[in-house]
Design a protein around this ligand. Structure first.
Ligand code: SR1
Ligand code: MG
Length: 410
């Protein structure tokens, strides 16, 4: 039996040589395969393998956090990523990658490799403005969440799937702690490199309305299993080109509130806006958030309007809001969508805060050379997120929450 070991390049070559469908995709012979480590995220080892006929991407869990080997961690995260891909790929075939192989002993996941794509965060940082990406992500979230919810499927199937992802406790714990808890009090994992941020951090932590909003959003994260979430949908979990968009890295997959995926994506657009020194950054950010909301609501509503069950279909989707189920304008649906968008605003704010003062920062601000400018920009982002949480639930629309980002507000 195969025992777990961390694979090096020779180990990868040997493993893939024994997998006929992968070897065929790469092309013979194994000696011709070029294998390069491209590990970039916080948790795992990642390799790209290219042969004469094509390429694959191999990801392996480590028994610790890649960027902090003293932080031990179970291996099962690639199992959940493989499960997520199997569950959502049929719903969003052109918007993620296909799982080609999962090895349950080595915790190795192999997916198709992408060519000509960049990590979307990096592309944004170098000025890309690709109109397809934001609506593609909105379509991805709408289809992947709607299709795994009781709005679309018999509850028996949904509850079985919920039971599987309920075991993804290690990564749910990371999100709960790193996104929803640590930043709101002193914790050794928190860090920010500039004392100029101390005052805004103190203001956020001292605010009773913020505390109430964060508590409510944490509770919803644990008690509202609306749909299968990606769970870590920041701009580093997206590979994109001008013409193609793929969501990757679904290891944080869990059942939760749909607005969490939306909010994480939007929060990262806002981080970019505050780090971007170009004059139209605010306008572009608001444009993209509105674009995201419009496409998400349009697609989710369309799917819902098409999904109403027939009387004979006793194992079909639940017949919510059935009196007006044939109309997209159903008040029941509107209330549901309003709830998702309210969650979006709150989770976006929490994502902004944790990426600046919590454990896992993003690269967006690192390219600002002058420390004063960097601190000013980060502080402005924190003050903006502070306002979103302080007024959480009181924004009538996405425009009311985010419209102040354009024209330039910092
Ligand atoms: C220890 S993991 C830190 C962060 O990296 C992942 O990408 C998630 O965003 C997580 O919160
Ligand atoms: Mg990741």
């Amino acid at each position: 039996a195969t025992q777990y070991r961390t694979l090096d390049i020779a180990g990868i070559r040997a493993l893939l040589s024994g997998l006929p469908h992968i070897a065929a995709r790469l092309g013979r012979t194994a000696a011709q395969w070029r294998i390069a480590e491209v590990s970039d995220g916080n948790l795992n080892n990642v390799f790209l393998i290219h042969g004469p006929a094509g390429g694959v991407c191999l990801k392996q869990s480590l028994p610790y956090v890649r960027v902090d080997p003293s932080w031990k961690m179970p291996l099962d995260r690639t199992f959940y990523e493989a499960a997520y891909l199997r569950d959502v790929f049929p719903l969003v075939p052109g918007l993620t990658t296909q799982c080609l192989h999962f090895d349950p002993d080595l915790f190795v996941l192999i997916v198709e490799s992408l060519s000509g794509h960049q990590v979307y965060r990096n592309a944004l940082m170098t000025g890309a403005d690709w109109p397809r990406v934001v609506p593609d992500i909105a379509t991805f979230v709408a289809r992947a969440t709607f299709g795994t919810s009781v709005l679309c499927e018999p509850f028996e199937r949904v509850f079985d799937r919920q039971a599987l992802y309920a075991r993804n406790q290690t990564l749910r714990r990371i999100t709960l702690d790193l996104v929803m808890d640590d930043p709101y009090h002193d914790h050794p994992r928190n860090h920010w490199d500039d004392p100029r941020l101390n005052a805004v951090v103190a203001d956020i932590r001292a605010s009773a309305p913020v505390r109430r909003a964060v508590d409510g959003l944490r509770l919803r994260f644990l008690t509202c299993p609306q749909a299968l979430l990606h769970g870590d949908l920041h701009t580093g979990s997206i590979m994109a080109s001008a013409t193609d968009t793929r969501v990757i890295d679904g290891e944080f997959a869990i059942y939760g509130p749909i607005g969490f995926d939306c909010g994480m994506f939007v929060g990262n657009l806002v981080l970019r806006r505050f780090a971007d020194l170009s004059p139209d950054a605010g306008r572009r950010c608001v444009r993209d958030i509105v674009r995201f909301r419009d496409r998400f609501v349009e697609e989710f509503t369309r799917l819902w309007a098409d999904a109403h069950p027939t009387p004979s279909d006793t194992r079909g989707p639940c017949a919510f809001f059935i009196p007006d189920a044939a109309t997209a304008a159903s008040p029941g649906r509107a209330a549901f969508m309003d709830g998702v968008l309210r969650d979006l605003v709150g989770y976006a704010a929490m994502e902004i805060i944790r990426r600046i003062i919590g454990y896992a920062h993003t690269a967006d601000f690192d390219v600002i050379a002058r420390p004063e400018e960097r601190a000013t920009r980060r502080e402005a982002a924190l003050r903006f997120a502070f306002g979103l949480l302080r007024d959480h639930g009181r924004h009538d629309s996405v425009e009311a929450a985010f419209g102040g980002l354009a024209p330039e507000t910092s």
